[in-house]
Design a protein around this ligand. Structure first.
Ligand code: C2E
Ligand code: CA
Ligand code: CA
Length: 534
């Protein structure tokens, strides 16, 4: 009821593993993307440099021809032809004067040609230095790059770099790792796919890297082979890494949400929120029927599960170590209750210790710190059950000796319930022996249990231990114990574990001879419920 559902545990673990794998795969994808970008960036720089070399060399050639502008074609024609054929890349070089192409490297003529600049080239006279053209005056359907080096507003040298050179250059840098490469000027591009002009939007769709230069921009995209080879290189690392991380996180989550851990957190939270309450079960002096003390028993007022009995949380708190904190909370409550002074002087308060308490003297200091001076008026008894196996007997003996040195008596709880009884008696020095309810005769005719109980009583007397019989549920059992001079008894016959105010009422109704409350009972305390009457 107060435990975590297994379904939630598996669901959350599955979710954590899935999310972890997704995150690791995403990181892997980022890594592949990063490597791919780095590689493409390098390729784009290589490509830009190759194209820059062509354009710059061509521009230098054109600049070299600028002194001929304005001179007659006859004068410079042969020099222009020589330049056009000796310089790489050029399809033709033209001299332009007053907006007209008047001398060409490919036409042997002494007369001026006087061809007006085609409309598409007019922007060259208004500041544009380079542009792609679909064809040139004598080679109509083969794209070229027009380069213009002006000498005045209307004059200059115009050169056409053949598109084939550029396409070849674009193609030569393209390895298997690249899907395509492109060179763009304005809104027009030339790609590695062939000497054909395309609009920039179509040619460079999906570009992964674009680099600008003074004259043009260059773009490219990686091929699926590149992605595949990068994934093949990274996948083993990321899959192994992701698998290990997901597995570890999965295990951690599964354990964290496991019943034991979830219970641990609930107990820790319960301590913080003061959900643990102390109940007191009266211990009666059999000969007189008076209340001599009480055993403090823990209850958990759980917000969802209601009142939880100790068997459901004490063993867990013992195994995960929270019992130390839990006992501190118990001691604080006992101190607050008892310090009100409503109980008679000499009234004993018994607490239960766990095996962990016997490993070192922390409990002695805790009792000293939290209960300290109250021990003189309301002596504390530490009950140590023989149900658990004591790991470190030397440490346990030391803790018990320290408790007794601080005036805290010890009681061997649940005597006979397990196999450790005689060993405990031999090894440790107890003041009280609590006979487990299992050894109280159930009927008059129950001779076997009677004989065992008789032997236990006899043994305790021989060892000079005071006996407390627990689980006394009827008069027959009480009479049996009385007849054998057993000093104390505890059980439903007298009272169940009750809240402190009820304990005070009970103690007043069953006063120990000569013992009176230190402080009169506060008027607000409710009368004792009928079920608790002894
Ligand atoms: P225990 O120390 O043997 O406590 C006696 C148990 O017997 C109590 O159960 C009590 O309610 C029950 N009892 C008392 N009279 C009768 C009776 O006449 N008939 C029957 N059938 N039972 C009776 P409870 O309170 O449920 O405690 C169970 C166990 O939880 C305790 O056994 C004790 O070992 C442990 N425990 C309770 N509080 C604490 C604590 O603060 N610290 C530690 N370490 N253990 C605790
Ligand atoms: Ca006990
Ligand atoms: Ca007991």
């Amino acid at each position: 009821m107060i435990q975590h559902s297994r379904v939630v545990q598996w669901l959350v673990t599955g979710l954590v593993v899935t999310v972890t794998l997704f995150v690791v795969l995403f990181l892997g994808w980022l890594r592949v993307h990063h490597l791919s970008q780095g590689f493409l960036e390098q390729e784009a720089q290589r490509q830009r440099a190759a194209l820059e070399r062509i354009v710059t060399t061509a521009e230098e050639t054109l600049t070299g021809a600028t002194p001929w502008v304005g001179r007659t074609c006859g004068e410079v024609n042969s020099s222009l032809q020589a330049t056009g054929s000796l310089s790489p890349y050029f399809r033709s070089i033209w001299l332009v004067s007053h907006g007209k192409m008047y001398c060409s490297s490919v036409i042997r003529s002494n007369d001026a040609i006087d061809m007006p600049l085609p409309a598409e080239l007019v922007p060259l006279l208004t500041g544009t230095r380079e542009m792609f053209v679909a064809g040139t005056p004598y080679v109509r359907n083969a794209p070229a790059l027009a380069l213009f080096v002006p000498t005045s507003a209307t004059d200059g040298v115009l050169g056409f770099i053949d598109g084939v050179y550029l396409t070849e250059s674009l193609h030569s840098v393209k390895t298997n790792d690249l899907a395509w490469t492109a060179m763009t000027i304005g809104r027009v591009s030339l790609t590695s796919e062939g000497p054909k002009l395309e609009s920039v939007g179509v040619a460079t769709r999906g570009a992964q890297v674009t680099l600008d230069s003074d004259h043009f921009s260059t773009s490219l995209a990686g091929s699926s082979a590149l992605t595949r080879s990068l994934i093949a290189g990274q996948a083993p690392v990321f899959l192994a890494f992701g698998g290990i991380i997901a597995l570890l996180l999965g295990i951690l989550t599964f354990r964290h949400l496991g019943p034991a851990q979830s219970m641990r957190r609930k107990i820790a939270l319960g301590i913080k929120r003061n959900e643990f309450k102390v109940y007191y079960q009266p211990v009666m002096e059999l000969a007189t029927g008076r209340c001599a003390g009480a055993e403090a028993l823990m209850r958990w007022h759980h917000p969802d599960a209601g009142l939880v009995r100790p068997d459901a949380f004490i063993p867990l708190a013992e195994s995960n170590g929270l019992i130390i904190e839990l006992t501190r909370a118990l001691l604080k409550q006992i101190r607050n209750d008892v310090a009100r002074g409503a109980l008679p002087q000499g009234f004993h308060i018994a607490i239960n210790l766990a095996e962990r308490h016997l490993r070192d003297t922390t409990i002695v200091h805790d009792i000293e710190r939290l209960y300290g001076s109250l021990n003189a008026t309301y002596p504390m008894i530490a009950e140590i059950t023989e149900r658990y196996v004591i790991r470190d007997t030397a440490a346990a003996r030391n803790v018990m000796a320290e408790l007794q040195r601080h005036g805290i008596e010890t009681s061997l709880d649940d005597f006979g319930a397990e196999n450790n009884s005689i060993g405990y008696l031999k090894r440790y020095d107890f003041n009280y022996l609590k006979i487990d309810k299992e050894f109280l005769p159930v009927t008059e005719a129950d001779t076997v249990t009677r004989n065992i109980c008789d032997s236990i009583i006899h043994l305790a007397e021989r060892l000079d231990m005071t006996i407390v019989a627990e689980g006394v549920e009827n008069e027959m059992q009480a009479n049996y114990l009385r007849a054998r001079n057993v000093t104390y008894a505890q059980g439903y016959l007298f009272a169940r574990p009750i809240a402190f105010d009820d304990l005070v009422q009970f103690a007043i109704a069953h006063p120990l001879r000569g013992l009176t409350p230190v402080n009169p009972m506060p008027a607000t305390v409710a009368p004792m419920p009928p079920r608790m009457a002894g």
